[in-house]
Design a protein around this ligand. Structure first.
Ligand SMILES: [Zn+2]
Length: 255
């Protein structure tokens, strides 16, 4: 192993690691509050080394509403003994997240959920998202689609396949399954997940009326999507406010 490789797999500094744990724990708590969790399933990960080989993940079988910063399991994608550890993660999570962090440098934080509206959209033959409001326009031509659901993922090949499907996008609508979002930070992946579910909720509520959609012109949708990029600070403010609420109402998430 060269010195460069050693550096790339080194953990971020202890203060940054602790902040990473707190930020990620806050997002589990919040998604449980707003009912985007499902039983004790689903998984988020956060790369904590430059090369993404080391990452934090939620412990297997723990309800999102009880997750604390210290509960997040520190994993190493290069460690073949991981699945025989007493605190081994969910096997499908292990096979997917390690490969995504290895193959997609922009995917520092990977979130996977089966929230109600995104999953309903993933269950439609036409899972596209026409631009009908500001939130759907945020995702205009920015959603990757996985149209090859083949059962629960239990191999490295599945992680490689999902990485290819996702490419440089930040949302992967997983047909017949759910959704995955990625971001350079916890705040960005969190905010993308939140807004994607909101966009799906609006779209499916509009579909449910049976009336014709009011779809905007291509140029309007494109401009609006670009305008969202200028509001990037919103993602960080969103997570900061979520943590402020949790600090008051359930501060043990930081422990
Ligand atoms: Zn899933």
């Amino acid at each position: 192993m060269t010195i460069q490789q050693q550096d790339a797999s080194a953990l971020i500094d202890p203060a940054a690691l602790q902040q990473a744990r707190i930020d990620l724990a806050a997002t589990f708590r919040w998604f449980a509050r707003i009912n985007m969790h499902e039983s004790v399933a689903n998984h988020f990960s956060l790369a904590v080394s430059a090369d993404g080989s080391r990452f934090l993940m939620n412990p297997r079988g723990r309800h999102f509403s009880r997750i604390k910063a210290s509960d997040l399991v520190l994993l190493d994608a290069r460690d073949a003994t991981t699945m025989s550890r007493p605190d081994a993660p969910d096997p499908t999570a292990w096979y997917i997240h390690g490969r995504l962090h290895a193959l997609l440098p922009q995917a520092r934080c990977v979130m996977h959920l089966h929230p109600k509206y995104a999953t309903a959209l993933a269950a439609l033959e036409d899972s596209s998202m026409p631009p009908i409001d500001q939130n759907t326009m945020r995702f205009y031509q920015r959603i990757a689609s996985d149209d090859a659901f083949g059962g629960m993922a239990l191999s490295d090949e599945e992680g490689d396949r999902l990485a290819r499907c996702l490419g440089d996008k930040s949302v992967l609508l997983m047909g017949n399954h759910g959704v995955m979002t990625v971001g350079a930070t916890v705040a960005e992946s969190f905010d993308t997940m939140y807004y994607f579910e909101r966009a799906c909720e609006t779209l499916l509520t509009a579909y449910a009326t049976g009336k014709k959609l009011r779809i905007v012109a291509d140029n309007v949708a494109k401009v609006t999507a670009t305008q969202w990029d200028d509001y990037k600070q919103l993602s960080f403010d969103h997570l900061d406010e979520v943590k402020a609420i949790l600090d008051k109402e359930e501060p043990d998430y930081r422990m």
